[in-house]
Design a protein around this ligand. Sequence first.
Ligand code: NAP
Ligand code: GDD
Length: 323
Amino acid sequence: MAPTAMITGITGQDGAYLARFLLDKGYQVHGMVRRSSSENFERIADLAGRITLHQADLLDQLSIVNLLHTVRPREVYNLAAQSFVPTSWLQPLLTGDFTALGVTRVLEAIRLVDRTIRFYQASSSEMFGQVRTEPQNEDTPFWPRSPYGVAKVYGHWITVNYRESYEMFCCSGILFNHESPWRGKEFVTRKVTDAAARIKLGRQDRLKLGNLDAMRDWGFAGDYVEAMWLMLQQDQPDDYVVATGEKHTVRELVEIAFARVDLNPAQYVETDPALLRPAEVNHLCGDSTKARQKLGWRPRVGFRELIEMMVDADLERVRAERH
Ligand code: NAP
Ligand code: GDD
């Protein structure tokens, strides 16, 4: 019989890639979606009829318990979260409720309904924050620099604790930034690739950015969902860093994106102090040796290829827009 997976956050970037990945592997895929007055299913619209969506919310314990009773999955991927770092300063309590306590609610539901369910938690390189050593691996201490990062540290440790306390199969994937044409437009890569496309096509004049010197280890979301799945196929649950091992500045990102559309960024890009963060994570770079050796995972798409793919997709999207 086909294995069954349940994805929280299926409407997000990673949820959309993971759903396709699991369908290709022959899974029955179920997704948890929260109620909204208008549907937000753009990234999974073409999967209608191939996946099953259920209404539940990370804030509502009983809704998650009922969902697991209904679906009876073998694997649960907890991708849902308030995932935008700047919003976490504006809404620190809500971020803690979704992104930290939400993890415990899913784990409690699993403990109650079926302890043999395999659980994946979407942890983050933001937990390293003010980094102590470079590159960062599974043993690097955490020093989160935002309410989001703090909430993710809680999510990571509660996952480890349910593994150790109840012998549940719980994995924490410490994923570095990963992007795609489906990345939300507020994140810096997509903000830049969308702006490059719009400026090229005469639909936008300027691009305002914050810290151009920030460095990230950016990979492709399509590669990273494979690592999530691989973690749940092992004999033993564990935690893994998933990263490319290369870091680049926001400035380099801008240069590649604008070069793709033959524009000089100096003519269009300005910095805006309002976009600087109360506390910045200046640089992140991951060491994914463990994932490469134990899971056999490796990234396939490089940084330039990723940004060019995103610019090309945005050009196509903007051209198709009516104006
Ligand atoms: P994303 O595009 O922002 O998607 C977040 C998802 O969470 C959306 O489906 C959203 O649903 C859902 N959600 C938020 N609050 C919810 C609630 N209360 N109940 C139910 N669903 C809720 O994020 P992503 O980039 O795919 O990232 C997936 C996960 O990986 C997140 O936990 C993120 O923090 C983590 N992560 C991401 C990266 C990265 O670089 N992308 C790196 C490390 C870790 P709506 O559509 O209804 O808003
Ligand atoms: N969003 C944004 N907008 N970021 C900017 C801008 C801007 O205009 N200008 C400079 N940046 C810098 C930010 O200060 C940050 O240092 C870097 O670009 C990346 O910002 P984001 O793309 O917003 O991502 P993030 O690194 O804060 O968080 C993402 O990656 C985490 C993994 O490390 C999110 O996906 C998190 O959910 C994820 O956990």
